[in-house]
Design a protein around this ligand. Structure first.
Ligand code: FES
Ligand SMILES: [Fe+2]
Length: 399
């Protein structure tokens, strides 16, 4: 839709046309590839297909494990309009549920996060334990044959990988997160031990663009020197030093070393996990489809992107910091340090927001030049190939 509420020509592009565009794009070699076809970010038919092929089927990051570290800690999220509840169990594991009461499906937990011993629905007070079992259903003894064991919460698949929590709405996910991401862990990010980073911030923001525009933006650092003059460009990593990772069906990444051996962006002296140039390495990666991470020896920023319409998305993001960095911040200065970091992140997000929204606005018409990629935009091409693969697969599966 345009700002005046009128439907754009690409909004009406048929699913068959968009899938063909996507197939054509994904078939090109990287050197001669064109950017993601505009209709992929504007077609309403494709959005519906994508919802089923991507968000109802794939692993979606909902946050970090340390955000819900103790028994009864919980967080809520939304995946493709399905409200999701993730709860730390007495066993130490995590269970994920559809956040809807098993009586008449009222949203069970309205808070974004918290701690609970039981979950009681606000409507008729059905009460569930942390494992999602119905333990109380007032007056239901008036119904012959009612059995509480048949009315628990609907479970979802949930997995933890390197400190991140993933949930899948699929009946049977095609792969496990751990096995899909093992090469990324083993060759690149495992040495950082992201799970030991402590999450200190969790926010969400709504922008006026297609969700994939943010994936496009985050997976390339070509724009950093020009667009992030007040923030990330200050770390001074020459574009020539960026290296794109190997092609994968499940993730894409690029990395670069920064000049300074110490200070912001480099490993703390007490960090014994990283060696050599990895002590000043930044890795930007995307776990397909929608989990974005900037990983540094002293800082981690993650985003989980959710569509909220064709030209609107919600980005839930958080920041996590390694323990040795946090230990250096005096307690009395922590709030000030946190406020400064928060301002820095807001500035960086503002720098991106107008550009991500410009991608959506500029690509709204069918009248466009052919476009091309810079060599360090290889991850965008990988993302197009991923999207094509899962969307074509869903066509084959559909009756
Ligand atoms: S809808 Fe939850 S108890 Fe009735
Ligand atoms: Fe950016």
């Amino acid at each position: 839709m345009t700002g005046n509420g009128l439907s754009t020509p690409l909004a009406n592009a048929s699913l068959a046309t968009v899938l063909q565009n996507l197939q054509n794009s994904a078939s090109q070699e990287f050197h001669s590839a064109n950017p993601i076809p505009a209709a992929v970010n504007h077609s309403l038919s494709f959005m519906a297909h994508e919802r089923d092929a991507v968000f109802m089927a794939e692993w979606i990051c909902v946050g970090r494990s340390d955000e819900i570290a103790e028994t009864g800690d919980y967080l809520v999220h939304e995946i493709s309009s399905v409200p999701v509840l993730v709860v730390r169990q007495e066993s130490g594991g995590l269970n994920a549920f559809v956040n809807a009461c098993a009586h008449r499906f009222a949203c069970l937990v309205p808070n974004e996060s918290g701690k609970a011993k039981r979950f009681t629905c606000r409507y008729h007070a059905w009460t569930y334990d942390l494992a999602g079992r119905l333990v109380r259903a007032p007056y239901m003894e008036m119904k012959d044959g009612f059995d509480t064991s048949e009315h628990g919460l609907r479970r979802l698949h949930c997995e933890i990988w390197e400190g991140f929590v993933y949930v899948s709405l699929a009946e049977k996910p095609a792969t496990s997160v751990t096995s899909a991401l093992e090469p990324l862990r083993e060759n690149v990010v495992g040495r950082f031990d992201m799970a030991c980073y402590k999450t200190i911030m969790r926010r969400s923001m709504v922008w006026g663009a297609n969700w994939k525009n943010l994936i496009e933006n985050f997976t390339e650092s070509y724009h950093v020197p020009m667009a992030h003059k007040k923030t990330f460009a200050l770390h001074k990593k020459p574009l020539e030093d960026y290296v794109c990772g190997e092609d994968s069906d499940y993730y894409g990444y690029h990395r670069a070393v920064q000049e300074a051996e110490t200070g912001s962006g480099a490993a703390h002296l007490d960090n014994k996990r990283l060696e050599g140039e990895w002590r000043r390495m930044m890795v930007d990666f995307c776990v397909f489809p929608s989990h974005l991470v900037t990983l540094m020896p002293d800082f981690l920023w993650y985003i989980s992107v959710q569509p909220e319409g064709i030209g609107k998305f919600r980005a839930t993001w958080g920041v996590a910091i390694p323990p040795e960095i946090l230990a250096d911040i005096p307690q009395s200065e922590f709030e000030t340090w946190l406020a400064e970091l928060s301002t820095y992140m807001d500035t960086a997000n503002d720098e991106d927001k107008t550009l991500v929204e410009a991608l959506y606005q500029g690509s709204a018409s069918p009248l466009l030049p052919t476009g091309t990629f810079h060599p360090i935009e290889r991850n965008l091409w990988q993302f197009v190939r991923y999207l094509n693969r899962v969307c074509q697969r869903h066509v084959v599966k559909s009756p």
